[in-house]
Design a protein around this ligand. Structure first.
Ligand code: AMP
Ligand code: MG
Length: 403
């Protein structure tokens, strides 16, 4: 049985980055660039004004000076001609600096009177001029392959004149719930029956990771039904099942996967909760068999499936950020294996991160997961968890705990 760290490493070693596809800018958001974006031209494309004001020759402007206004260049306009000695041209932000001029006198620094202006003080060479290529140079790699496309990246891509870019394809993730007790959400729930919440919950987790969930519904604890649906799921990029992997006599998932030539890489990980988690491969297709308990299935998705999906979709950063936090109360733990403790986080006045339990840590209590800001990863060798103890916490909602 692998340790938590070994299981995570093994999974990342086994998964392969998916092929690229060309996407329009909006479709590329959140995805990973599969090729460099090289600037075809300088940015900005010409020297231009950073202010509304007057384009001047700084040599004319050593002190208060009167200049003749010879023209006007709006944004999107072009200079009619050069600015000569003793002359100025009215210019708007972003408009090209006319030949002859080498500085901008902002409108608030001049007195305007008819076709002339008077400068209140000196204008130094280059003042308020944005230089051609000062942001990006023609031929420069503006964005490297591997960059995650966000608003800034889209801005650069559009400024390079591109409407689409190659990005790594989204992972298509087949999700299968298993168990005789399950009913589709929304259907009448009879005695002894349980709503299939894992199917939709795992689909939601796939969506938030940037993948495309394919919901296969419910497989009964019956071999032929299971085989048919698993085979269907194996056509996706990733197959995720829930339940049916512990040692119960109805736990047929492992057997069925074996019959379908899925090579089992590991079964059970030394963690709590989520020990009966299995990982296998058919060819390059990863298969995750998660525990049925809703808390365990979401926690194991978070620890094992999400990083795999992110890696397949080209992300370099696949793990949540970890931060040290001070425990505010003692927390019970199962010694001997890595424990995931659902915690709430807050900031002390001095900025220290504080962790307290998000509630009852029994795996049947989903609301504790809802209240959690993070998951404390308690090492196997860690003894009892006391007040003041430092724990490493995976931040589920980093924005909530900024200073
Ligand atoms: P199992 O792994 O099959 O022993 O299931 C463990 C527990 O998780 C049982 O209480 C199941 O009823 C519950 N469970 C299994 N699958 C689901 C599901 N899709 N949605 C909600 N609960 C489930
Ligand atoms: Mg079951």
């Amino acid at each position: 049985m692998p340790s938590y760290e070994e299981a995570r490493r093994i999974i990342l070693e086994q998964v392969a980055v998916l092929p690229a596809e060309v996407q329009p800018l909006q479709g590329a958001v959140g995805r990973v660039l599969a090729a460099d974006v090289v600037m075809p031209w300088d940015l900005p494309r010409w020297d231009n004004s950073a202010m509304d004001g007057y384009a001047v020759r700084s040599a004319d402007c050593a002190g208060p000076t009167r200049l003749r206004v010879i023209g006007y260049i709006p944004a999107g306009g072009l200079p009619a001609g050069p600015v000569g000695p003793g002359e100025a041209t009215r210019i708007m932000t972003g408009a090209p600096v006319p030949p002859g001029a080498d500085a901008i006198a902002p409108v608030e620094d001049v007195e305007e009177s008819g076709h002339a202006i008077t400068l209140r003080g000196a204008v130094r060479p280059g003042a308020h001029v944005r230089r051609r290529g000062e942001d990006l140079r023609a031929g420069e790699v503006a964005l490297g392959a591997g960059a995650v496309v966000g608003p800034g990246e889209v801005s650069v891509i559009a400024s390079a004149g591109l409407l689409s870019v190659p990005v790594v394809r989204q992972a298509r993730v087949a999700i299968l719930s298993t168990g005789d007790e399950l009913v589709e959400p929304g259907q009448p729930v009879g005695p002894g029956q349980v709503c299939d919440s894992n199917g939709v919950a795992l689909a939601a987790a796939v969506l938030l990771a940037g993948g495309l969930p394919i919901q296969l519904g419910i497989a009964r604890d019956d071999k032929p039904a299971l085989l048919a649906l698993l085979e269907q799921g194996l056509a996706a990029d990733v197959l995720v099942t829930s339940a049916g992997v512990s040692a119960g006599d109805r736990d047929l998932v492992r057997e069925a996967l074996d019959e379908l030539q899925v090579r089992q890489v590991f079964w059970k990980v030394d963690i709590k909760p989520g020990r009966p988690t299995a990982f296998g491969l058919r060819g390059r297709t990863p298969v995750f068999s998660l525990p049925g308990n809703p808390v365990s299935s979401l926690l194991t998705f978070e620890q094992f499936v999400r990083p795999a999906l992110l890696r397949m979709m080209g992300h370099r950063q696949v793990y949540r950020p970890l931060q040290a936090a001070l425990l505010q109360e003692p927390i019970a733990r199962s010694p001997g294996r890595v424990n995931f403790v659902r915690v709430r986080l807050s900031r002390r006045a001095d900025g220290a991160l504080l962790a307290s339990t998000a509630g009852n840590q029994e795996t049947g209590i989903l609301k504790t997961l809802l209240r959690a800001d993070g998951i404390a990863i308690v090492p196997a060798e860690q003894g009892k968890l006391e007040v003041g103890q430092v724990v490493m916490v995976q931040l589920l909602r980093p924005d909530l705990v900024e200073p």
